[in-house]
Design a protein. Sequence first.
Lengths: 232, 414
Amino acid sequence: MNPHLVQLKNAIVNYSSEYSVRLPDVQLQSGQELALVGASGSGKSTALHALAGLVPVQGLAVVAGTDLTKASNAQLETHRRKNVALLFQDFYLLEGYTALENVITAFGLAGQPLQNAQKQAKALLERVEMKRFHATPAQLSTGERQRVALARALAGQPRLILADEPTAHLDAARGQIALKLLREICAERQAALLIATHDPVVMAAIEQRIECGTAKPIPSGTAEPTPSGVKA
Amino acid sequence: MTFWLLWRNLRTRVGANSLTVLAIAIAVLMGLVVPLLLSSFRESVIRAANSFDLLITAKGSQSQAVLNTIFLQEAPIGNIPYEVFEKLTQDPRTKKAIPLAFGDNYNGFPIVGTNKDYFELRPNQSQGLLYTFAQGTVFEDEFDAVLGAQAAKVSGLKIGDTFKSQHGITPTFEPDEHAESFKVVGILEPSGAAGDKGIFVPIEAVWHLHEQEEKKEHEGKEETAHEDEHDHGEEQEITAILWTPTRLGYAYQLAGELNQDNTAQGVFPGQVIGQLFSFMGQGQEAYNLIIWLALLLATLTIAINTLSASQVMQRNLAVLRAIGASKNQVVGLVLLESLVITLVGLLVGLGLSYVITSLVQQWLEQQTALTLPNLAPNPSDLLRVATVIPVALVFALLPALLAIRNSPLKQMKR
């Protein structure tokens, strides 16, 4: 049995015949945290998308036993539903759906009956301190949308949480709260956490970091952090 | 979960979806109501006109003759001598001859002078009587009256009540009432024929009233024309004769004979009605085209609704895929949404068709006393309006296929 929840080695995402992105080598076990840092275009987000099974990847790319390089469309759908949760930088909430409905949908797709999904969605939204259940994304502040997106990402009991610039749209105080929440929940659930970030606060908080573009592990506390709010 | 998502998506675009439902409902309404009313009206008219073979009236417009005598509409063309009827009763070719005399009304309901044979009419020989009695009996005395079902219902007259008829075929602001009163002795069951709004009295009563009327007029003229005095009561006239021969061929024979002189004419109601429907049929062909255009517009509305919502829809579908929805779920969701909107449109259309058909039926009954006997939609009309279902699904396939063809990431970022 493979002891690693996530294994990326010599992995490449080909966007076209002229443009491909080399992904960092990553090994991650359940409950571990890792930050992907690096300049814009260095492949941080691409790595998250590849691990979520949203872009085709070559090389070695295995998550929770699913070989992403060989998985069929159906297997990738199951992978997205059961193994991973991707917290998008732009949230991508379902438009026209309320906060509660966004989270219910994720629970439902993970196979929960509707009544359970409703109860659990409410509990999860309360856990992320989101009380405006019935507001739609257009009515929510950025911080609130971020919390709804976080609750939705956590709905399916994922084994790997991929967070793309989770603090990018938040002020420093709210960013810290969001990061704390994310880490607490991952720790509670023994889920691995992989964060793509520019935020020095995040970089300082996560012990293990990999700089994308170099694909070399960077020891904790030695990185030159870039200003937060810069899109990867 | 799929049904929850379906319900959620339908609610998200409730305005646009309602408009689509309305467009489909209107197309269904157009596709069902008019053909249904026309076919039902045709059936009703044919039923009323089939109860005899030849209509004998004064010379003039054949369609007016039919409208007047069968549908109790329009003014009579004129009168024919009663002796025409008397001769026909002696004619060996006659199976049945029924005289009709018009000229008076009671609160707008035409007074029809006739004989007892009128109540023996059958829509065709294999069917039961056209008119049956709900209460009372046929008239026996000169001033007895039998009321059609609608005439009784609207006028409120009951068995034993009396009323005075008014001169003329339509009610006037200051009705010119006859002196004699009629007594209601019978009320007919609803028949669906125009006779439902008639008030039937012995033909002798009509003559009697008009003799009185003419006498009054005559006295008013200070007895200036004594030579005319003896004519009153002798030249009895009637408006029409409903004639059924022992053999159908005799109807054509008699019509030919009548048409040779100026006294009367033979009218085949079936032919007149056939011409009327043939004319209407040309309009119906044009209307069929309009129905197809309406259905096309309805399906285009579905397409426009689907495509206008496409950007939001595509994005939401991509998000659903990114968080774990399968391609089958996404395609199923889009198709189901379109199917539900279309089916709701069809059901609303069917409901509206029923309501409007009932309203038209009531109106037609009040105006003409004709009832529409068969108000079940024609299967071919139903099939035609049902064509919106596959067309709507085809239109829905486009966004569904777009949603699963492209990467969810690309769709979300658009």
